[in-house]
Design a protein around this ligand. Sequence first.
Ligand SMILES: [Fe+2]
Ligand SMILES: [Fe+2]
Length: 248
Amino acid sequence: MIRIAAVGDVHIDRDVLGRFRPALEELPGQADVLLLAGDLTRHGTEAEAKCVATEFGGLGVPVIAVLGNHDHHCDEVPGVLAALTDAGITVLEGDSTVVDIDGVRLGVAGVKGFGGGFAGRCASEFGEPEMKAFVRTTGVVAERLGSALRDLDCDVRVALTHYAPVPDTLAGEPLEIYPFLGSYLLGQAIDSAPTALAVHGHAHHGSERGRTPGGVRVRNVAHPVIKQAYSVFNLAPEHVSPPTPSGI
Ligand SMILES: [Fe+2]
Ligand SMILES: [Fe+2]
């Protein structure tokens, strides 16, 4: 059994510092890894990222993150990344990492993601250059997620995004803003590999549970949704690929 803790949208600044830490100190007894689903900061400043590093650094379990739209707001992404990586946090964007948990290789592929909407109600690559650029951006990041998931050499795959891959976990948000909260292309990317779990944030007023068209469990772990320092998901043995018979 692999235990995955996850939370997103913690929006840390100086005034939030210390709020998560007491629960995080308990983490090694609760989970094998912590996933951070973006919007770690409030406005994406390096100073805020240093607060994130203080809050989520040195936890005793691997911490793997993607950035969110807020983490880009002040155009200080290099400083934000440096603060997080200096604290030992692995930040993914179109790539993946593998963690060995008692002999089981957990693979996590991550992208921030982007908007565009969902099947039947989505933006299309047509018309003005700005519209085409918007939709192409989503297509490119979704392709990166799909290829990172497919290329993973591991026993259990998890997809980590900030934007939502399915509309299920947006229930509670105004329908009018769904196209700014996620894209079905992320869901297609997740379904292109045998993914055991997909976690995302961004939808503060959304719902916790959903599923991709291919049946992958999707969980919105935005802090305002889960209302706790982190949720823990157990990946049952059926999600663990059987060992490859020798000689094949
Ligand atoms: Fe957020
Ligand atoms: Fe967000």
